[in-house]
Design a protein. Structure first.
Length: 251
């Protein structure tokens, strides 16, 4: 079925938004046109419309564009209909107060892990995890905790794609990753030592809906310099209790 001009324009606008989301910084009109393969005049019109409707904002003095804060209103609207975040936040706060380390809640979106809520450590040396940050399901503790307890169709879709290394510790071999998934399923949690970001250790547990279906992963991320076996044991106790509490709260 041939797309109408209106549908094509909507596609291009979405492409601009996704580019701004993934670019890692503000994007200029010329760069957007080049990266998306569209005329500069078209990119300028689309960006202008997105600015007028509040989806992008222009930064000074660069004149480049970045996502606006309007997306937080979407998050709030989703949270209001979804029991996960409202039930998780009080228990995340309890873990946060006990550990004073970064605690984040993550869900699956396609074949990626997305952070949907974070409590950031007040310490000067800390792990940073922005809301909305994405990573593939094979990389990092929070991702692996989701992958290991996902349905087999999702697992095989992940393995059908190439793995790339983010750091020297990323598990990029598929045989090694399958073995890692089995270990995670057996022990009930995932650990990452600098697999996605060097110098950061994360411990993650799955969170399930009351019916047993995977809902999310709950993670504590710490600078590897502060990680000890005894501290990991405490993290696991606190995370496991919080995960169980979230499941009960969604019942």
């Amino acid at each position: 079925m041939e797309r109408t001009p209106g549908a094509k324009l909507i596609d291009k606008a979405v492409d601009v938004l996704l580019l701004c989301r993934d670019a890692g910084g503000a994007v200029g009109v010329t760069e957007a046109a080049r990266r998306l393969g569209m005329p500069k005049s078209s990119a300028a019109r689309i960006v202008g419309a997105l600015v007028r409707r509040g989806f992008l904002r222009q930064e000074e003095p660069s004149g480049k564009y970045t996502l606006s804060n309007i997306y937080y209103s979407f998050t709030s609207a989703i949270s209001g209909r979804n029991l996960l975040i409202p039930r998780a936040v009080p228990l995340m706060e309890k873990v946060f107060r006990a550990l004073r380390e970064t605690v984040h809640l993550n869900v699956v979106d396609g074949l990626e892990r997305v952070c949907v809520h974070v409590l950031e450590s007040p310490q000067q040396l800390k792990a940073v995890m922005p809301v909305g940050q994405r990573s593939p399901l094979y990389c990092g503790g929070s991702s692996k905790a989701i992958l290991a307890f996902s349905d087999e169709e999702t697992v095989e879709r992940v393995f059908a794609r190439p793995f790339r290394k983010f750091t020297g510790n990323t598990i990029a071999g598929k045989k090694a990753m399958r073995e890692e998934i089995l270990r995670i399923r057996e022990r009930g949690y995932a650990v990452s030592h600098g697999e996605r970001v060097e110098g950061i250790t994360s411990v993650s547990v799955p969170v399930f809906h009351p019916g047993g279906k995977l809902a999310a992963s709950l993670t504590v991320s710490v600078p590897t310099a502060r990680h000890t076996e005894s501290f990991m044991e405490k993290i696991l106790r606190d995370l496991s209790a919080a995960s169980a509490g979230i499941t009960r709260g969604m019942g």
